[in-house]
Design a protein around this ligand. Sequence first.
Ligand code: SAH
Length: 242
Amino acid sequence: MTWRATVLTLFPDMFPGPLGFSLAGRGLATGLWSLEARDIRDAATDRHRSVDDTPAGGGPGMVLRADVLARAIDAVPDLEGRPRLVMSPRGRPLTQARVAELAAGPGPVIVCGRFEGIDQRVIDARQLEEVSIGDYVLSGGEIAALTLIDACVRLLPGVMGKLESSTDESFSAGLLEYPQYTRPQLFEGLPIPEILLSGDHAKVAAWRRAEAEQLTQTRRPDLLAASRHPVCQKPPKNATDG
Ligand code: SAH
């Protein structure tokens, strides 16, 4: 069974969108992974096919209805045994470690919120794992879902050119990646660091390691702290087996 992502959205036409291009797009076209975007509105039952209503307790905007969303989730034919996610700014921030776990599994079912969000009862009743892609608010979960899927897909076997490309990069060892250079050798008077042209692989590796540590220390000391306590990056137990 190939890795698959199922997205529940009010805007299925947004998929595959950017995932139809480059390496992810080629992988999708050649069957290395698959994607299904399902319209939440298909689960509406009233004459107007309504999916949302005003917030209980008052306030601005609209909230996605629990009953409609629950029906949309329950209608996913291969729901069993797959992680059930809902994109949400209140969720646990997505990490490369969680991405790697999701890429190693069968592939998630992802609910995209819109408007003011979704009725809490469907999150509870269907045990949805809330996932955030950062501390800012988007207008909908679709771009967040595309982000998550993209991060997973590039880890799938055969999608990226070389296996090394994904083992050596930012976050995989709790470090940001070292700086990269390519031709020309001289750009606006700036040379490529000499050691990278030395052909001495051990020296290059040591230089890169030192640069990565320096960069991480300066920009993201929190990553260094987290890599000393890797258990902190794991989601709660009940979130992974859903
Ligand atoms: N009123 C909500 C925000 C709703 S934004 C609040 O203050 O928490 C509408 C939808 O966009 C959300 O339901 C969610 O699916 C998506 N979304 C917005 N920001 C996001 C983020 N940082 N990460 C993941 N999803 C996000």
